[in-house]
Design a protein around this ligand. Structure first.
Ligand SMILES: [Zn+2]
Length: 323
């Protein structure tokens, strides 16, 4: 298979991925140009509390992903860009487990940005794959692995994939260490926190037991599923990372995919399509005019639209409190 990377990077997934990056940035013009371009990306910081900030990244190459048409008609009419047969000729892959291919994302947000699809063309749905996410996060411990649900950020909702980006990029990693979090549950080294007054809602599961983590995630999905029983999976974005001796899972419950500003015409239009990285604290903006005008007030409004109503958020948190 010409797609497989003839790796020389040693024995761990982490070192092989480093070798893959080195190779792809040397031999694949599109990837090299876009990673070089990212070094010049302009970012602005918007602090919204003494302990937290949001960052805005102006990234014109992300226009395709941000504006991706993800309705079922558009999806069925385009060739799937994650199927191995349609990957660019220069792309190389490292297998992970039986099912997955680890790929350099040629349209990066992070200085190290991976796309990790399965080999088969099969829809985006987390059920049965969360343990894979944990395993990936542990093996790629310089990365945060993320999942965008099929109706809230995945630009290929028809082909299952994770992504991963280098640690130290999303503010939420640091914000979690501040007094912003509230302990909901604690048992035998495992904890559940919420982060409040944070413009978006997030539950944080920390622990070293994969079965316990999976049980918590399934419980959250069950509670959220009751709010939208007509769908197979409620709207969620997830970040997962391995931190020395435990996993940390950030779960963002969602209400809608895109804010009204996304669909507006003229000066009210803002092309922002929030997904896991945006909720992790880096808002990705492909148009200069949106980057220039985006302020904290507008972000507050947009995040308020796409995250859960407060009543449902309280119900979700209550499901995890130990009294
Ligand atoms: Zn596919």
């Amino acid at each position: 298979m010409h797609l497989l990377f003839k790796d020389t990077g040693g024995t761990t997934l982490q070192t092989r991925v480093e070798a893959l990056f080195e190779d792809q940035l040397q031999n694949w013009d599109l990837a090299r140009a876009n990673y070089l371009g990212l070094q010049k990306a302009v970012t602005k910081s918007l602090p919204f509390s003494p302990h937290a900030e949001l960052r805005v990244q102006f990234n014109p190459e992300r226009i395709y992903s941000t504006s991706a048409k993800v309705d079922s008609k558009s999806i069925s009419e385009r060739p799937c860009f994650l199927c191995p047969a349609h990957l660019p000729g220069q792309q190389k892959a490292i297998p992970f487990g039986e099912d997955y291919l680890v790929l350099v994302n040629p349209f990066p947000i992070f200085t190290r940005h991976l796309t990790i699809p399965i080999k088969q063309h099969s829809p985006q749905q987390l059920k049965g794959r969360f343990q894979d996410m944990l395993r990936l996060a542990k093996e790629l411990d310089n990365f945060v692995v993320f999942y965008n649900g099929p109706r809230c950020g995945a630009s290929a909702p028809d082909h299952f994939h994770f992504q991963a980006g280098n640690k130290g990029f999303m503010p939420i990693e640091q914000d979690f260490e501040t007094p912003l979090k509230t302990l909901l549950f604690e048992d035998n080294g495992s904890t559940i926190h919420s982060i409040d007054s944070y413009l978006r809602q997030v539950l944080v599961f920390s622990g070293a037991d994969t079965n316990w983590l999976e049980t918590q995630l399934e419980k959250a999905i069950a509670v959220l599923g009751r709010f939208e029983p007509e769908h197979q999976e409620p709207m969620i974005n997830i970040l997962a990372s391995w931190n020395h001796d435990h996993w940390r899972i950030f779960l963002f419950p969602r209400k809608v995919h895109r804010p009204w500003q996304f669909f507006a015409e003229g000066p009210q239009k803002i092309m922002l399509s929030p997904a896991a990285v945006d909720l992790g604290g880096v808002l990705i903006i492909p148009r200069q005019e949106d980057f220039d005008k985006l302020d904290l007030e507008t972000i507050r409004d947009i995040l308020g639209q796409v995250t859960l109503e407060s009543e449902k958020w309280e119900q979700l948190k209550n499901a995890f409190k130990n009294y």
